[in-house]
Design a binder for this molecule. Structure first.
Ligand SMILES: Nc1ncnc2c1ncn2[C@@H]1O[C@H](COP(=O)(O)OP(=O)(O)OP(=O)(O)O)[C@@H](O)[C@H]1O
Ligand SMILES: [Mg+2]
Length: 255
């Protein structure tokens, strides 16, 4: 395997009853890439991410991370080696203050190992990170019970929770959904900056216009299969991709 390949998915398949959610799918990801994954609803995007991150076992195929076979490892072990994901259906701890959700990441085995056993000032580190994601550090929002804040804010907390884990590969499953336009406009440069600093990122998105502004490469899924794997420009021109979206949700390919 090439040394600069951080993730390799080989011939992955997963069915639910009669539905082939992921169908003989292969892909490579280079270190430092920002890869977009798009596709109509139900095309297998989240199933693919769930397999890569250990939440589902494939019927067939392999996932290699940094050259090691991680197929079937537990989600905990996978996150612990730096492959971190966000959830399409977020599940924060609702009964604690907002910023404490990020503190929990900072208490993980991974962060303790990387930052040493005595990683102090966790509250402050969490609030610094949330500030980078657009929260004002003195705003009452950060100290409110998590159940009380709007959904768009929770998406940013979800992103902070992932970044706090110090990932080597970050997979974002529809992190922009439910965010307002201004929120998206403020978060896109943050994601781009993380990538510019060397973090490898996969973004599963329906917000195609925004995704295409920052993705180096885009993979398109349809019925669990890869129907395109190219630059955003080429994907936009691809007739197969366009027909996969006809009659589906209004996908705006224009930049
Ligand atoms: N746990 C499950 N049990 C049964 N069927 C499932 C399960 N998870 C996914 N599926 C089915 O597998 C297919 C792929 O679903 P998946 O959630 O991966 O799609 P997706 O591309 O992420 O869609 P969306 O854009 O709506 O998030 C769908 O037909 C879905 O109904
Ligand atoms: Mg999904």
């Amino acid at each position: 395997m090439e040394r600069d390949i951080i993730l390799e998915v080989r011939d992955l398949s997963k069915s639910f009853g009669g539905i082939k959610a992921v169908d003989s799918l292969s892909l490579n990801l280079k270190k430092g890439e920002l890869l977009g994954i798009i596709g109509p609803n139900g095309s297998g995007k989240s199933t693919l991410i769930n397999i890569i991150t250990g939440f589902l076992k494939p019927d067939k195929g392999k996932v290699l991370y940094k050259g090691t076979d991680i197929t079937g490892l537990s989600p905990y072990k996978i996150a612990n080696i730096g492959l971190v994901r966000s959830f399409q259906f977020i599940r924060p701890f609702y009964k604690i203050p907002v910023y404490k959700n990020v503190v929990i990441s900072l208490c993980s085995d991974r962060v303790k190992r990387l930052k040493g056993g005595s990683f102090g000032r966790r509250d402050e580190v969490a609030i610094d990170l949330l500030e980078e994601l657009g929260f004002e550090r003195d705003s009452r929002i950060l100290y409110k019970e998590t159940s009380e804040i709007p959904h768009g804010y929770l998406r940013r907390v979800e992103l902070a929770r992932c970044i706090a884990l110090n990932p080597d590969l970050l997979i974002l499953d529809e992190i922009l959904s439910g965010m307002s336009k201004p929120e998206v406009a403020s978060i896109i440069p943050v994601i781009k900056r993380l990538n510019d600093q060397g973090l490898t990122i996969i973004m599963v998105e329906h917000r195609i216009k925004e995704l295409f502004q920052i993705a180096h490469r885009v993979i398109v899924l349809n019925f669990g299969r890869k129907i395109a794997d190219s630059t955003p420009e080429e994907v936009m021109q691809d007739q197969t991709v366009r027909s996969a979206y006809i009659g589906k949700a209004k996908i705006n390919f224009r930049r």
